[in-house]
Design a protein around this ligand. Structure first.
Ligand code: XLS
Ligand code: NI
Ligand code: NI
Length: 449
């Protein structure tokens, strides 16, 4: 392995050597078997090209602070893009991440026409393909950037200007062709500008019809070229637009039902969940219960800031809850993984910090998996649910659940029950103790990991 990053492969050091920070995994031990599956197969970590390699860590008030070994290597953008591929693959190898994700416009520079841009893309895709072969690193998903360029200022598939829709069709076709070529396991749609700034100037219904039509065309084309990547919608309530059509998991699922787009599953991002006033676990629950979990964009927001901060995920409550749901479902969807749609804070600007940030995220999910596993082993939540709903495990409860009762049949049984007895029939949830027990699981499962 080359040493472009001037860093060694990140080892698993374990947590028994104390809590010192360092360039080693404390909990993520890829080959370790947890509940019948290797850790790496539960978690399927992916590196996000746009944040990890393209993000300079600039903000509204200052220039890019990031230090990266590939900056300024070449003056020609195409040479620079090709050189970045080597750095990207070495980074992933050193980290031990087996998957990556990208937008079309992350990997190659835009030309003057779509044709020229496609040509630029082909050259970089050739190089990516070679690197995938030599390293065994796979493509978790790719996607189309239909939000950065000013042409998309009023939307992409929902643009009021029809020619933009045509352009998106062309850009999208190429992106699906690349997915096929690189063996993408999933294909993501995030509609950053598919939404409105004001409903006064927006024909919401017409725009949504257009978006559905675009999805249908994408699916038809994928079928025609034999691309069997799982299609995923990534919900987000707002930012950049005031209101995006894929507000949250429930909204996206309803959209798919309305338009008969059953082939979609959902890619859920932690920070997006919070922006829609949901916890990450809650969004994952909604998708799992509907059998629509597809993949996960692993990041977190800041509870005090109302936009997409894309922090690396380090909140153990979140990772535990998400992995508890994933274990309940059996996997992160059929082909999903944990993609770090996250950027280091601007104060973590060194190249080494980029490794540290990923290590922190990977360890936090590995730890969450270990806690969730212990909770499942003990049937902690399963028993709690069984107890909470036990009055339904009766002949009458089963009969209601089987749809065999009516308002009149049920009324008979309660007409003469006193109000006092009804209240007395309620048991306490002692919720505070439940939450404290979850704390205890974290402490104990990790101490004994
Ligand atoms: C932005 C989204 C984006 C998608 C891919 O908020 O998270 O990065 O994951 O287009
Ligand atoms: Ni995302
Ligand atoms: Ni996001």
């Amino acid at each position: 392995m080359a040493n472009l990053w001037d860093i060694d492969k990140i080892p698993f050091v374990g947590h028994d050597k104390g809590v010192k920070e360092g360039l080693g995994f404390h909990y993520y031990d890829p080959e370790r078997v947890v509940a019948g599956k290797k850790m790496k197969d539960w978690l399927r970590f992916a590196v996000a090209y746009w944040h990890s390699f393209n993000n300079t860590l600039n903000d509204n008030f200052g220039d890019g602070a990031a230090q990266r070994p590939y900056y300024g290597k070449y003056s020609d953008p195409e040479d620079q893009a090709l050189c970045l591929v080597d750095y990207a693959f070495e980074f992933m190898q050193k980290l031990g991440a087996e998957y990556f994700c990208f937008h079309d416009r992350n990997i190659a520079p835009q030309g003057d026409t779509l044709r020229e841009t496609d040509r630029n893309l082909d050259k970089v895709v050739d190089k990516i393909e070679e690197n995938m072969k030599s390293t065994g690193i796979k493509l978790l998903w790719n996607t189309c950037d239909t939000f950065t360029d000013v042409r998309f200022v009023r939307g992409a598939s929902t643009a009021p200007n029809r020619q933009i829709f045509e352009y998106v069709a062309g850009q999208q076709r190429k992106s699906l062709e690349i997915a096929k070529r690189l063996g993408a396991e999933n294909y993501v749609f995030w509609g950053g500008r598919e939404g409105w700034e004001s409903i006064w100037n927006t024909d919401v219904k017409r725009e949504q019809d257009h978006m559905a039509e675009w999805f249908r065309m994408c699916h038809d084309y994928a079928k025609s070229i034999g691309l069997d990547a799982q299609f995923l919608i990534e919900p987000k309530p707002q930012e950049p637009t005031t209101h995006q059509y894929d507000w949250d998991v429930a909204t996206a699922l309803n959209f798919c039902k309305t338009y008969g787009l059953d082939f979609f599953r959902i890619n859920i991002e932690g920070n997006h969940a919070n922006l829609a006033h949901h916890s990450y676990g809650e969004e994952v629950r909604t998708a799992v219960d509907a059998d629509k979990l597809g993949s996960l964009d692993a990041n977190q927001g800041n509870k005090f800031v109302g936009w997409d901060m894309d922090e690396f995920p380090v909140d153990l409550y979140d990772t535990t809850q998400v992995m508890w749901e994933v274990m309940r479902a059996g996997s992160i969807g059929p082909h999903g993984g944990l993609n770090f749609d996250a950027k280091p804070r601007r104060t973590s600007f060194t190249a080494e910090d980029l490794f540290r940030a990923h290590i922190a995220g990977m360890d936090s999910y590995a730890a969450g998996l270990l806690v969730a596993d212990k909770m499942h082993q003990d049937h902690f939540i399963e028993d709690l649910w069984a107890d909470r709903y036990k009055s339904w495990d009766t002949p009458l409860g089963k009969s209601i659940e089987a749809g065999k009762e009516s308002l009149e049949s049920l009324e008979k049984g309660v007409l003469d029950v006193s109000e006092k007895d009804l209240v007395a029939g309620n048991e306490s949830d002692h919720l505070e103790s439940v939450m404290a027990t979850i704390n205890n699981y974290m402490i104990e499962a990790l101490a004994n990991a």
